[in-house]
Unconditional design. Structure first.
Length: 104
């Protein structure tokens, strides 16, 4: 099942929604690439890298949504490890999902 990238909670028109979906998909691609380079991160750590590399002041909630979508699509894996996030609350560490392939 493909994850919903944008939730149209304010009943916007199709053109607006399509643009927002494209932005969200691009964010998810960028976040996935960050995880490929860094291997394991919390959402706050991914957000800091995202801000630094893109120059965009994207809300952390958008980064958390991207991480959730990537986890739901089995691209990222939420570990049991936690660290304190930017708001002083524990955040889980996520890693790239390792997919087992059959050798024979």
């Amino acid at each position: 099942m493909k994850t919903t990238h944008y939730h149209n909670t304010t009943n916007q028109n199709k053109e607006f929604v399509d643009k927002q979906i494209a932005i969200c998909e691009t964010q998810e691609e960028t976040i996935l690439n960050i995880f490929k380079n860094e291997k394991k991160l919390s959402p706050s750590q991914a957000w800091e890298i995202y801000k630094r590399t893109t120059g965009k002041n994207t809300p952390i909630t958008s980064i958390r949504r991207a991480i959730s979508n990537l986890s739901n699509d089995e691209c990222l894996h939420k570990t049991q490890l936690t660290i304190l996030g930017i708001y002083g609350k524990p955040e889980h560490i996520y890693t790239i999902q390792h997919i087992q392939t059959e050798l024979f």
